[in-house]
Design a protein around this ligand. Structure first.
Ligand code: C5P
Length: 218
């Protein structure tokens, strides 16, 4: 069967990752969480005490960094960091790391390589605009900030991480601001993307909507 590329972009906490994962499952496609790659890079930079203003330190760190996805887990230089990359410590630094051009170039190159064979659903901030500008289906997800914070809070709680709602809400707003205003591939809706406001949609509705759109293209 004809395989397509599905790009899902949008603000933090709109449910992109869980929706993209489920859509991929229903279509028998591979799901790639591009945010996890920026998160793993951020964790590595924190561990290595990389100064973000020092280009040679950043480049050296990128050269010694290996990120892989294995059976739903994120491996950073062979170590499973799936839970660690979701902590507030990483949340607080990831958008700053993601503004660095060389970081973005390295991530985009790896993402394009992973997605070469199509049959993938990738979610992020620049997937429909930069990583796969020719994707057959592009979705841009939005949702009210408070609702996003509540959803993120329950996701964290499921992982045993307890965080206050306003701390989460502030972090989401801050990341949206940095992600939308950076000079290198800022978060924006691709002209040919379908916008879905998930504020009043159930998870099943979101998934159904995207799967239906995909089936029109397959
Ligand atoms: O998707 P998630 O919230 O896990 O992404 C974490 C952060 O990584 C975002 O706030 C953004 O700064 C960065 N990111 C990005 N480009 C992507 C995916 C994520 O800049 N394609």
């Amino acid at each position: 069967m004809h395989k397509i590329t599905i790009a899902i972009d949008g603000f933090s906490g709109t449910g992109k990752s869980s929706t993209a994962k489920k859509v991929a499952g229903e279509l028998g496609y591979t799901y790639i969480d591009s945010g996890a790659m920026y998160r793993a890079t951020t964790l590595y930079f924190l561990e290595q005490d990389v100064s973000l203003d020092d280009a040679s330190q950043v480049e050296h760190a990128l050269d010694t960094l290996d990120i892989r996805f294995e059976e739903g887990h994120v491996l950073l230089n062979g170590q499973d960091v799936s839970n660690e990359i979701r902590t507030m410590r990483v949340n607080e630094h990831v958008s700053a790391v993601s503004t660095i051009a060389v970081v973005r170039h390295a991530m985009v190159a790896q993402q394009q390589k992973i997605g070469k064979g199509k049959g993938i659903v990738m979610d992020g901030r620049d997937i429909g605009t930069v990583v796969f500008p020719d994707a057959e289906l592009k979705v841009f997800m939005t949702a009210n900030t408070r609702i996003r914070a509540e959803r993120r809070q329950s996701e964290l709680a499921e992982k045993g991480i307890i965080e206050e709602l306003n701390v989460i809400e502030n972090n989401l707003s801050q990341r949206d601001e940095i992600d939308s205003t950076r000079s290198e591939s800022p978060l924006r809706k691709a002209e040919d993307a379908v916008e879905i406001d998930t504020s009043n949609l159930t998870f099943a509705d979101q998934v159904h909507k995207i799967v239906s759109l995909a089936k029109e293209k397959i």
